[in-house]
Design a protein around this ligand. Structure first.
Ligand SMILES: NC(=O)c1ccc[n+]([C@@H]2O[C@H](COP(=O)([O-])OP(=O)(O)OC[C@H]3O[C@@H](n4cnc5c(N)ncnc54)[C@H](OP(=O)(O)O)[C@@H]3O)[C@@H](O)[C@H]2O)c1
Length: 342
């Protein structure tokens, strides 16, 4: 059954309660310059907030799909247009540039590969900033470094719009299941406005203060994860070399204090040298590189992460960029170790 919630400025169609009333109420408080047709006004019907989503890769696609499934009025864009098609068939609208999405939406999300693509989409030609203005909001959920996030913040804020960085912890499956963890920082009003949408895509959210704090927290988390995976890879291979069954190692770890879901989900396929991509290895190496920069900015020594980064670089150089980051184990295999040492 269709639900229609009236409020000062918006009505949300199709959204199941409580998201409908929460979004409507929060948007109505903070985003006030969205036009409502005179016919609609006469009938007391308000326009639902329009939400944009840019970047439909491994993470962006399921996140956008969850918004559509919740009844959000969604407009999408992706550099490779074909990735928009499944979402368009589910009811999403399409615009042909980030600028057009931002211009036609009240709040726009972006989930992009790296600092360069996040900058290009936000601030480049036909970028988001050209379509932004007072009353609008931009939420960048990509993993980037602190400086990039601050630069994007500056460009967006100069248009009169609000900015929130909100990188996510969680991978492909949590994105599909709406179980992401958002690490947000920036404009608190926008955080409050966006909260019902973040709650559709995630299971929890942290507000960390000034722009840059979300980016930094995300890099620390992924720095730890990258080192954990490199260490786990060493353990699996050492087990094998000394004649132990690595499957038993996975089982032993799963019952002890160092257990982590990452080991039990990825271990069995790593043993078979299969790396179905949930988190591309190239992005893990990017995050380690950015974490090294973060550490350097405060003169903090992170030798374990630095060593792990070298392994991911070796794996990249041998063609594993687009495989899952668990393919870092390949960099430790004899064939590559020998060639690296020559
Ligand atoms: N996968 C994970 O488990 C995971 C978890 C947490 C955070 N993250 C972070 O989330 C972000 C996205 O990750 P993902 O796994 O979804 O990556 P992905 O599958 O590689 O998707 C990257 C997205 O960025 C777009 N893109 C790349 N370069 C671009 C450019 N120059 N201009 C415009 N668009 C560009 C891609 O467009 P095309 O389709 O045209 O290539 C695609 O939509 C990354 O920052 C990653 O570190 C990923």
């Amino acid at each position: 059954m269709s639900s229609l919630v009236n409020c000062n400025h918006f009505a949300i169609h199709r959204l199941p309660s409580p998201f409908s009333s929460a979004i409507a109420t929060r948007f109505s408080r903070h985003i006030s310059n969205v036009s409502v047709s005179s016919q609609s006004q006469q009938q007391g019907i308000q326009t639902p907030p329009k939400i944009g989503f840019l970047g439909l890769g491994i993470m962006g696609s399921p996140m956008a799909q969850n918004l559509i499934n919740a009844g959000v009025d969604l407009t999408v864009w992706n550099r490779t247009k074909s990735k928009c098609d499944p979402l368009i068939s589910l009811g999403a609208k399409y615009k042909s540039s980030p600028e057009q999405v931002a211009a036609s939406c009240d709040l726009t999300f972006a989930m992009l590969a790296d600092p360069q693509s996040a900058m290009d989409v936000a601030c480049g030609k036909y970028g988001v900033a050209n379509g932004m203005g007072p009353g609008k909001g931009y939420v960048d959920v990509s993993t980037v470094d602190v400086d990039t996030s601050k630069l994007i913040n500056g460009h967006i804020k100069s248009t009169g719009a609000l900015f929130l960085e909100a990188p996510v912890s969680g991978s492909k499956k949590p994105a599909e299941d709406g179980q992401l963890i958002f690490l947000t920082a920036g404009d608190r009003n926008l955080y409050q406005n966006a909260a019902p949408l973040l709650d559709i895509m995630g299971k929890s959210k942290f507000y960390l203060g000034d722009v840059g704090n979300g980016a930094a927290m995300k890099l620390v988390v992924n720095m730890i994860m990258g080192s954990m995976m490199a260490s786990f890879s060493e353990g699996l291979l050492l087990c094998e070399k000394v004649g132990l069954d690595p499957k038993v190692l996975v089982e032993v770890i799963s019952q002890g204090a160092i257990n982590a879901p990452m080991y039990t989900t990825k271990g069995p396929s790593m043993i078979k040298s299969h790396y179905p991509t949930a988190f591309p290895l190239k992005h893990q190496q990017k995050d380690l590189r950015l974490a090294l920069g973060l550490a350097e900015s405060v003169s903090q020594s992170i030798p374990i992460a630095a060593a792990a980064n070298e392994l991911y670089k070796v794996a990249k150089s041998h063609g594993y960029s687009d495989e899952d980051f668990s393919a870092v184990i390949e960099a430790l295999k004899t064939k590559f170790q020998n060639s690296e040492n020559q």
